[in-house]
Design a protein around this ligand. Structure first.
Ligand code: UDP
Length: 408
């Protein structure tokens, strides 16, 4: 148990009480009372990377906040070979709808590496185990004498999973106590209970905290991002589902009518082997008005989301889309793909725009770039909708409710 003042001032460690100015004293009291009921529980989260992607982005603040609330919460990683992560990326893509065979040889690599990880995991002291996404999913088969609930949380867009892969994974999923999805519409026909938990952001993190104009300018300057023309940006892993080529096409069309600069920045999750190739394709399509950066700098993400006239997230599949939430929290004018979790964040024309094609994205971009007042109005509503629905305090409360349902 950490106690010293220095340790408690860690940059990412935020207490429930800090949320009071954002959510009010009554909500803080309500959540604290729920935490009291499960405070003696010991929880273990298991995922496949500490680096990159939305699951890391969620678990970093959530596990710290659960500990700050007094619930002993661990976070374990599974390790894997490049071959293993090639297989699990294929699972990810097929769950999001790509029609590809997952061969017997791939099943063997997948299950063998998970078995090796299981032999290293000792979870007897836990009161609940929460496994994230397909990578560690088969772990459960190696804990047949478990007494505590095991929950599987799937963060991907499950609107149309490839049926043969889903039925293969289902035999693992149905050994869990329950499955958790980001949206009701991802619910499946399963023999186990299902819960729905929408992601959320940490408003105090380096990526989301307030920044002065000077600091913002300094950060953009450090990366040689020009600010003489309005900025349009998309910030995403380099991944086909984020449709970076569609963004470039839309930008080129918009640029015919309004002068602007496009900034595409991305990091690469250590469990995602496809990023390098996608980055190469983007770089070869870029021109003098398109800046492509492969960096991992949360403060740059913050500065860009606050500086851009338009933030794009033109995904063609999106489990939830934390980049949308982050930009909306900063009062940005966001254009998102009309898919998955983005639809649950943006109400078209009210707090942002939803689009399905590069042409639609270009038209919305032009409209926003020509109309600062519209940007401000959409952005103000966007910020308020995040305050009401998508802050980490709400995610903590959802988990407290869920854990109390699954107490041993
Ligand atoms: N992200 C980042 N730097 C980048 C690109 C993405 O820090 O260059 C972060 C982004 O801010 C967000 C997360 O990675 O917090 C991506 O989560 P999201 O739900 O949008 O997509 P996922 O990667 O999980 O598909």
């Amino acid at each position: 148990m950490l106690t010293s003042a220095v340790q408690r001032s860690t940059l990412g460690l935020h207490t429930l009480e800090q949320y009071e100015p954002l959510i009010g004293a009554a909500a803080v009291e309500r959540i604290a009372a729920k935490a009291d009921r499960v405070r003696t529980m010991r929880i273990a989260h298991i995922s496949s990377t500490f680096y990159g992607g939305g699951v890391t982005e969620l678990l970093t603040p959530l596990t710290l906040m659960m500990n700050a609330t007094g619930i002993e919460t661990d976070w374990h990683l599974i390790q894997g070979t490049p071959g293993f992560f090639g297989c699990t990326k294929k699972l990810h893509n097929t769950l999001q709808g790509t029609s590809l065979e997952f061969s017997d040889a791939e099943k063997t690599i997948y299950e063998q590496v998970v078995f090796e990880n299981a032999t290293r995991l000792h979870l007897d002291d836990c009161d609940a185990v929460i496994v994230h996404d397909p990578q560690p999913l088969p772990l459960i088969t190696h804990f047949s004498d478990r007494e505590m609930p095991w929950l599987w949380q799937c963060h991907v867009d499950l609107s149309s999973p490839h049926a043969p892969v889903w039925s293969y994974l289902r035999k693992f999923i149905e050994q869990y106590s329950a499955a958790i999805f980001s949206l009701q519409e991802y619910g499946q026909d399963l023999q186990v209970g299902q819960h729905f938990v929408t992601p959320a952001i940490d408003p105090f993190s380096a990526k989301n905290r307030e920044m002065s104009d000077r600091e913002r300018q300094e950060f953009l300057g450090n990366y040689k991002i020009p600010t003489d023309r309005p900025l349009v940006t998309q910030i995403s892993r380099f991944d086909r589902w984020k449709d970076p080529m569609g963004v470039i096409e839309a930008f080129r069309k918009a640029r015919e009518q309004v002068d602007c600069t496009l900034v595409l920045i991305g990091n690469n999750a250590s469990d995602d082997p496809e990023g390098g190739k996608i980055l190469e394709t983007i770089e070869s399509a870029a021109d003098e008005d398109i800046i492509v950066l492969s960096v991992d700098d949360p403060t740059l993400v913050n500065a860009l989301q606050r500086s851009a006239a338009v933030v794009l997230q033109k995904s063609t599949r999106e489990g939830f889309g934390l980049t949308v939430t982050e930009a909306m929290w900063k009062g940005a004018a966001v254009i998102g793909g009309d898919v998955g979790g983005i639809r649950h964040q943006i109400k078209d024309g009210w707090n942002g725009f939803l689009v399905s094609t590069p042409d639609q994205a270009a038209a919305r971009m032009v409209r926003l770039l020509k109309n600062p007042k519209l940007r401000e109005e959409l952005g103000a509503r966007a910020k308020e909708s995040v305050r009401q629905n998508f802050l980490m305090s709400r995610l903590l409360e959802d988990w407290l409710d869920l854990l109390s349902k699954h107490e041993r």
